[in-house]
Design a protein around this ligand. Sequence first.
Ligand SMILES: [Mg+2]
Length: 399
Amino acid sequence: MDRTILHCDCNAYFASVECLFRPELKSVPMAVCGDPEMRHGIVLAKNELAKACGVQTAEPIWQAKRKCPRLVVIQPQHGRYAEYCKKINAVYAEYTDQVEAFSVDESWLDVTGSTHLFGDGKTIADALRKRLREEIGLTISVGVSFNKTFAKLGSDYKKPDATTVILRDNFKEIVWPLPTRDMLFVGKAAESELKKHGITTIGQIATADKERLKRMLGKMGENLWECANGLDASPVRRIGEVEPVKSISNDITFRRDLKGEEDVRAGLLMLSDQVCTRLRRQRLYGSVVHITIKDPMLHSITRQKRLKEPTNITADVFATALTLLFDHWELSAPIRMLGVGVSALSGHCGDQISFFMDDEKKRRAQKLDATLDTIRERFGKDAIQFGSILQSDIKHKKT
Ligand SMILES: [Mg+2]
């Protein structure tokens, strides 16, 4: 039997929540924007009037204001959004115990087991829309389908406050003409790779040769082919069920752009230290190190390297991240954001000699890590820091 899955997406979530507190904002073009002081000055959400002026999510404030000089800019109140998220999910939980959050304002619901109580998928979707509108004052768009990918597409298909049903007998008409970018997990990079091969719609992914897609995009190509053909079998998790950690990463958008070796060393050490501290706290080791670099024009690259054995030693991850950066980045080019991550996680470390260090050096590096961990546990995470980071002025804010 087919599953009945809903994807519920709040419309203009941050902006709509702000309007509940300040109804006068409904009658002016308004956008919730990140803090320009911290270089996060982009539009996070906008109301209908701002949308009518052409204001777009993720564009810089200055650009939005040029389109719409009367635009009222509001700072985000994340506490409020989390609070409303709880209220919304409490309503979802009345219909099923399989509610999986995708983000603060999007959730999947598997209602297969409750259709005999509440009616079919569309009936439940319409009931949810009505209840959230009347009880909480927010509108949602809902996609109803037999898998998570199509349910998500359905919630994007028509908004605000709408239900879209995508079934086995109509998915080819509805889904296949859509651009590849509309499908979950197709980012800019995958979109342009597919385009290079003449693939611009989801239908073209579905009818392409699976092996060819695999050669183009690796494992992801295979997944996309399956999803485009309605074969996404991934389950909706139960409330409270957490996904096993697949990778641990941190990134930093710097207050000023990084330039030159001294800056990138300080930045990468800071990130490697944060990531490895988290790994060690969870007693995990990782075999793949990846870095992400974003320039001031917001172009980014990601590169990765597999280690000979799993590690959680800061010096190991730092050395690998530094090698990756030296190999793939022109040092004189400015960097706006850096990220370091470790994946292919396991609970076991390697016993062999570390990639970058002999035995003695490795022992010393582990001892240093253990000392830092102990001091931070007792006196807080800012109690001790590497000298090169303290001396650097690349003040940061976590993104
Ligand atoms: Mg939304």
